[in-house]
Design a protein around this ligand. Structure first.
Ligand code: ARG
Length: 653
């Protein structure tokens, strides 16, 4: 059971006569940081007393008088200016713990009212191989999916792939003009990916060529503005300082832009075959766009090729999903919604929600300057149109109550307008949430790229982490007191589990809105807030049972009970009880890091317990059994928690 939620609801009951808004004040019951204040603390008396103009300590005493928690707590204490300190009763806590010992759900009750939740995650554009930029949505989305499902919601994981956009125009063009037939026969997706890179490099080259002189002009202008501003700078003038500062950053921004343009240009010009290709295809960007337009217009050849390419592209990304242990309930990408787009626009027009502006069809959202364009001047539908069709489908066909979009923060504006538009359209009763996240950075603090500036393929990222994990596993196993324990095959399997787990965990443990630096050494550290540490904690417990020759199922059903003989047993039990609270927390805010924090605290709590309390060597049989039960419960909570985050454990490492 979620003890915190239970306490809050008891507080809410007690507060009903004292405030019209009991829930807000009940939410001020929190777990304590320091056990000397009890297990939970409520600080609602102070703000409530202020509101009512009464004495906070007296009000705290009054709340305590109304509180009905004697079945689970010791009598609460009022402390300091009016804090209410709460300590669970030991008999209640052991009772709960003993119940959880034999409960396959570890004390986590399924939600009373399951929702139908669609989680839109991963969603790569499939014309090119998956890269580091797809990691966060994939990992975060899958963790939310697993937690929501475990909590009893009806969840659909939908991979809303980009299978209809400009990238397909690029590979269609490349296929028609540059294809290496033999390479394509050997490895179709590899060759299509090469085409994608080639076409985008060549069109990028022409764009850069056109942009470069303009950027040089901008730089010259900015530089002369800056010189003038510096020469005429009045002393001690704040606003002049500001202007100067702004000019300096502008100059350095344009310099950086020029450097990257030059790099793009040089990459082509330094290679005679590339240069020749670029020269013979000056209109490549336009022609690739035309291929997309032809595909959208139903052109026979492009449709045939598209039907051939998409399954090949999907098979390639499936390899990554298999390795990451991710399955979707549906993969309805942009192409799936294509047949519905004209009707969506017609519906908006018929309802008077969209109007023509400059040839485009736009939704004007009250209070928003920018219109939401659902059909462009040239007749093409947009990302917005497709997302609107998606909402309608998810509501009508899938009966979704809640739709979570696990997508990069850079798309925030799109989702803000999309959700506003959906409200106008009549879907205001549905919960639409952009579960946004920040960027993965390299050690230089810029978006993570290879040294030559290319995006990092997801496959190679996984390979590198697994290779590093293998080194750690080898060293650890070689260094065991009795010598090596694992076969080569077992080491390889452990390395895969540890390497993939490390990447996922490092991604999940950060506040999702923050950017974070990708650091393989840190994420694989055996000590610290890492999957590796948690996986070792699990294997350590498994080791206790192995060494003791104890079967865990037999132990659980053996009728032994958890008893408290040491404060650390109690502390660990309380921590294990809080699993349910952590899972509810994850879903309340769509934050898997609440669960990683919880698991880290649990592993630490176990560690201190295990240092102080002997287990296998404990002479008193009842105490030994009790401690073994706590070890078993810890292992199951850690393994289940990791599983809900999409990570595996190993019995032996
Ligand atoms: N394919 C898109 C991209 O790579 C993400 C799609 C997210 N989902 C959605 N319904 N818009 O940017």
């Amino acid at each position: 059971m979620n003890a915190l939620a239970e306490l809050r609801s008891r507080f809410a009951q007690a507060l009903t006569e004292l405030t019209p808004d009991p829930a807000t004040f009940a939410a001020m019951v929190k777990p304590t940081q320091d056990a000397k204040f009890g297990d939970f603390q409520a600080n609602c008396a102070m703000p409530l007393a202020k509101q009512r103009g009464t004495n906070p300590r007296a009000l705290a005493a009054e709340i305590v008088g109304k509180l009905d928690i004697a079945d689970l707590c010791q009598p609460p204490e009022v402390a300091g200016p009016g804090f209410i300190n709460i300590r669970l009763r030991d008999d209640w806590l052991t009772e709960q713990t003993n119940r959880n010992v034999t409960d396959s759900r570890l004390g986590v009750a399924p939600v009373a009212k399951p929702k139908r939740i669609v989680i839109d995650y991963s969603a790569p554009n499939v014309a090119k191989p998956m890269h580091v930029g797809h990691l966060r949505s994939t990992v975060l989305g899958n963790a939310l999916y697993r937690v929501a499902k475990f909590l009893g919601h009806y969840v659909l994981g939908d991979n809303h792939i980009g299978d209809w956009g400009t990238q397909f125009g690029m590979i269609l063009f490349g296929y028609k003009y540059f294809l290496d037939r033999a390479a394509f026969e050997r490895n179709p997706v590899g060759e299509l990916a090469r085409q994608y890179r080639l076409v985008s490099q060549l069109s990028g080259f022409h764009d850069a060529k056109a942009e470069h002189p303009k950027a040089e002009n901008r730089l010259a202008q900015l530089q002369s503005d800056l010189n003038a501003a510096e020469a005429n700078k009045p002393a001690n003038d704040k606003s002049a300082e500001k202007t100067l500062k702004k000019l300096r950053t502008d100059v350095s921004d344009v310099r950086e832009q020029i450097a990257s343009l030059k790099k793009q240009i040089e990459a082509v010009e330094s290679s005679p075959p590339l240069k020749a290709l670029a020269e013979s295809h000056p209109q490549i960007a336009e022609l690739a766009r035309l291929e997309t337009a032809k595909l959208h217009g139903g052109d026979e050849e492009n449709t045939r090729l598209w039907n051939q390419f998409v399954p090949q592209c999907l098979a390639a990304i499936q390899g990554i999903y298999d390795r990451l242990d991710i399955r979707f309930d549906m993969t309805c990408g942009e192409s799936f919604y294509n047949p519905m787009l004209a009707d969506v626009v017609a519906e908006f027009q018929a309802k008077g929600l969209a109007a023509e502006s400059d040839g485009a069809i736009c939704v004007f959202i009250p209070g928003n300057a920018a219109p939401f364009i659902i059909r462009k001047r040239d007749g093409a539908f947009t990302y917005a149109t497709s997302d609107l069709a998606t909402i309608r489908y998810r509501v009508n066909a899938l009966q979704a109550d809640t739709m979570l979009y696990v997508v990069d923060t850079r798309q925030s504006e799109h989702f803000r307008l999309l959700f506003e538009t959906a409200k106008l359209w009549g879907y205001g009763d549905r919960e639409l949430v952009h579960v946004n996240f920040g960027t993965i950075l390299g050690k230089d603090g810029k978006p993570y790229k290879t040294r030559s500036g290319d995006t990092i393929g997801l496959e190679s990222l996984l390979d590198a982490a697994v290779a590093k994990a293998r080194q750690i596993v080898n060293e650890n196993d070689d260094g065991k007191p009795e010598g090596r324990e694992l076969s080569d095959a077992a080491r390889a399997a452990v390395a895969e589990t540890v390497g993939i787990g490390a990447i996922k965990y490092a991604d999940l443990r950060h506040n999702r809105e923050s950017d974070y630096v990708y650091d393989e050494d840190k994420m694989l550290a055996t000590n610290g807030d890492t999957a590796t540490y948690m996986q070792y904690a699990y294997a350590r417990v498994a080791g206790i049972f192995r060494r003791g020759g104890i079967n865990r199922e037999t132990l659980r059903s053996g009728g032994g009970r958890v008893v408290f003989t040491h404060p650390l047993e109690r502390a660990l039990s309380l921590q294990l009880l809080r699993f349910s609270e952590a899972l509810d927390g994850v879903l309340a805010e769509n934050r898997p890091n609440i669960l990683t924090d919880y698991l880290f605290a649990t592993a630490n709590s176990f560690s201190t317990f295990y240092q102080e309390c002997s287990v296998l060597k404990e002479p008193d049989e009842a105490i030994r059994t009790s401690r073994l039960l706590l070890c078993d419960l810890t292992a199951r909570v850690i393994a289940t928690g990791l599983d809900l985050l999409g990570m595996k454990t190993c019995e032996q490492m």
